[in-house]
Ligand binder design. Sequence first.
Ligand code: ADP
Length: 361
Amino acid sequence: MPWFGMDIGGTLSKLVYFEPKDITRDEADAEVETLKNIRRYLTKNSAYGKTGHRDTHLQMNNITIHGRKGTLHFIRFPTSEMGNFLALAKSKGMATLVTTVCATGGGAFKFEENFKREVNMSLAKFDELDSLIHGMLYIETTNSHECYYWSNPTDDALCHKVPYDFSEPYPFLLVNIGSGVSILAVYGPNNYKRISGTSLGGGTFLGLCCLLTGCNSFEEAIELAAGGDSTRVDKLVKDIYGGDYDRFDLPGDLVASSFPQLCSFGQMNSKERRNAVSKEDLARATLVTITNNIGSITRMCALNEKIERVVFVGNFLRVNPISMKLLAYAMDYWSNGTLKALFLEHEGYFGAVGCLLQFNG
Ligand code: ADP
């Protein structure tokens, strides 16, 4: 049985595949040809069909899972392509293997019948949040470079990633920014609670950005945002007070999500201003709006729970240093340096890893 863990999310399906490297001669002889072919297909390619990708930079070699040594591979595809994914799996002979795949995320329920019908696979379903935390703790302790923070997040010349020693993690907040956002307070490996969340997440960013700019992918949206200026879209402190507003210690060009007088998109009621902004500006403003809102909710949660470290995960942060730096800055600034924003390299894959780890079939 190949070892798969799947997290079938609202936007992306994440598939982790554990390739055992310690196969004995007897095991190799007993292994059916189809299984060998599937292994070869997965590990020799980094693109599958039109929309499947293997994140080769995230691959983890020489790791141990359930007592076996091997390599962990990380693959993703849009959940909307599930039909094509199942057809591809079928064409590789998956249906001839008697298999159970461990799965989490809403899609584990939605697509359960399709898996059975198309590729004769049963899904062993695991809780999404349990999986997220298990996967995250496992990867963080296995990979010494997993956890990092951004130093000097507001200064492009000085800003860089710095490894963070997360060996004594508890307590921490875990903010999962996927299509929507979940915020968990984690006190121990099996001791956590979901304390908050928001429906304004990565899916909102992508949806609004496509509406406002006509772009068609997350990568395109992020690229546009990188070239834009949100201060041409938002209403700033200086637009209202005419300069720095010293009493609140706010620099004039700061869009402060937790300072209600300021508003995202506040200049867009003016036709003139609307005509003057570019797609890039609108993409940037959307990204900043969504990110600052998440930052603001997170800060309140941290304050309530009296927790000082916040780990941000989820695919919204994929290829998205703008949001990571904004979150790093927001945590630090609004807490006078007491809150620390941390990030993890395998940002969107922990749910999939976690359900693989929980499987003992
Ligand atoms: P979910 O489990 O809800 O699908 P993810 O953690 O996979 O959540 O994050 C989904 C979000 O990640 C999207 O809403 C989008 O903002 C962002 N994202 C990153 N890469 C992509 C991509 N290639 N395609 C679509 N969305 C992406």
